[in-house]
Design a protein around this ligand. Structure first.
Ligand code: GDP
Length: 477
């Protein structure tokens, strides 16, 4: 690498342009190597000054409020003049879903001056570093599993279903007043009133909010007019929300970082270009040969990899170490090894026309989703992160795993369409319209707030458009 001497002397910016706190602000006893070994991603968005200011303000508050969370919840009468309010993230679905709901919960905390606390799960407690310099983000141990598991659609605290009861409970000696926001796939129109201004006014008085969601809530925050000025100031570029907040929150812990960096070094670091491919299908019957064909078609039609010619030519192996002519590394992730086998086979069946080399590799093939098992979740996180280091990405439609990878990377992906049948679709893939994840459950056009006469449509929100792979979903552009 030829660098000028001034460049070499310039101290490395570990903060991604002010987004992250300096690594030195963290307790040296809490190890988090990834924080001071930031990768060279090319596509970070620049954080706005307002976002930087708000994050630092958040961090200062977090330290204070996280420490007194258990007392605040279990002895509310002793915390009367405490101005700490909380939002608690709880787990739902796979790793990708969790990344997008955690990001959603954190943005809610920023917008409402609440402190984010998270359920202790494999990812929050083991696979990520603590994101804030002072005060843990983990829900204190006093909050039992029983309390957290009871938060589902039958909870008496379910917001909008019995909000008045909840309020009546406020000030009780047992626990603080709290509301449960139910935004999983079993949500109803009442639950969705969370995205209405009048609900947010009510919720302001509720010190504790527990949230369970499986979708990316951020596009719906733009419904809430009291959040609009803030959202505009924090994110002048709306497609940057997940890229900025995700890169802020999700630093791989040492165990994850070791796996990521070793794999990167062995298989990816020496290539001139990296293409990431994420294959996810939802049929019981798998693998899907048609999907493998569709992937090939996507690659060929869009020139995403160099062409193969089968002409019987070979090369003098003794000279190959010096003469490479450019190399492309292809990182495939999937629960199946079938798609990798096919692509690998293709690149071994003939030579690459341009003289370049193409090396295809897949870090794991777990065969089935086993969320909650630590070695499985570690692989999922490492692979999402590794995909996010690619120069370009092909992902599977409808998968939050792929969304998280491309949004962390700051890359618009190629999206393979209709991953659930036995057809080879045409077009096989389309180029994503933004780097943001899709919200499949975006309520626009179908839902109205109690104070409104007609449902709002997307004309009011030009920066939320239909998802590339899910017509009725919404994504920020
Ligand atoms: P989604 O269901 O496609 O939206 O993605 P999620 O990440 O929420 O859930 C799928 C889960 O299946 C992941 O969290 C992993 O546990 C597993 N999984 C799916 N695809 C892959 C993959 O390519 N690699 C690995 N290691 N795990 C995967």
């Amino acid at each position: 690498e030829s660098r000028s001497s001034t460049e070499t002397q310039k101290p490395k910016d570990y903060t991604l342009g002010g987004l992250l706190p300096e690594p030195s602000e963290f307790d040296p006893g809490v190890s988090c190597k990834s924080r001071s070994q930031q990768p060279h991603r090319k596509n970070y968005f620049q954080p706005s000054n307002e976002l930087i200011r708000r994050l630092r303000r958040y961090e200062a508050r977090h330290g204070k409020c996280a420490d007194r969370a258990a007392r605040n919840f279990f002895q509310p009468s002793e915390s009367q003049d405490d101005d700490c309010r909380y939002v608690v993230w709880t787990q739902q679905s796979g790793f990708g879903n969790r990344l997008i709901t955690l990001t959603s919960a954190f943005l809610y905390a920023l917008l409402t001056d609440r402190t984010l606390l998270v359920e202790r799960t494999e990812e929050t407690a083991v696979l990520f570093c603590e994101p804030f310099p002072s005060g843990s983000w983990l829900l204190p141990l006093e909050f039992t599993g029983e309390l957290i598991y009871s938060l589902d659609e039958s909870s008496p605290h379910r917001f909008a279903h019995n909000f008045t009861n909840d309020r009546a409970r406020g000030g009780s000696t047992e626990t603080a007043n709290f509301s449960y926001i139910h935004l999983t796939w079993t949500k109803d129109d009442e639950d969705k009133t969370f995205f209405c201004d009048e609900s947010q006014v009510q919720l302001e008085r509720v010190p504790w909010i527990f949230m369970r969601a499986d979708n990316y809530l951020v596009p719906s925050y733009f419904f809430i007019s009291r959040f609009s000025p803030d959202l505009g100031a924090l994110f002048p570029d709306k497609e940057a929300v997940f890229n900025l907040l995700g890169n802020y929150l999700f630093q791989p812990s040492d165990v994850a970082w070791g796996r990521i960096t070793r794999y990167y070094r062995y298989y990816l670091a020496d290539h001139d270009r990296l293409l990431g491919i994420q294959i996810r299908t939802y049929q019981a019957k798998s693998p899907l040969p048609n999907f493998s064909e569709q992937l090939q078609k996507c690659i060929v039609e869009n020139n995403l990899l160099p062409k193969v010619v089968v002409d019987g030519q070979s090369e003098d192996i003794s000279r190959l170490r010096e003469k490479k002519n450019g190399t492309t590394g292809v990182l495939i992730t999937s629960l199946d090894s079938y798609y990798y086998d096919n692509l690998q086979e293709h690149y071994l069946s003939g030579r690459v026309e341009s003289g370049e080399s193409v090396a295809v590799d897949q870090p794991s093939h777990e065969e089935a989703q086993l969320t909650g098992i630590s070695s499985h979740d570690l692989k999922a996180w490492a692979e999402i992160y590794l995909l996010s280091l690619s120069d370009s990405l092909i992902i599977s439609g409808w998968s939050t795993f792929g969304y998280a990878a491309h949004a962390l990377a700051g890359i618009r992906p190629w999206i393979l369409l209709n991953v659930n049948d036995d057809q080879v679709h045409d077009p096989p893939c389309i180029y994503g319209k933004s780097v943001e994840p899709c919200d499949f459950a975006f309520p626009i056009g179908k839902f109205k707030c109690p104070s409104e006469d007609i449902p709002r449509d997307t004309n009011i929100f030009p920066y939320v458009q239909s998802c590339d792979d899910w017509e009725s979903g919404g994504k920020l552009v």
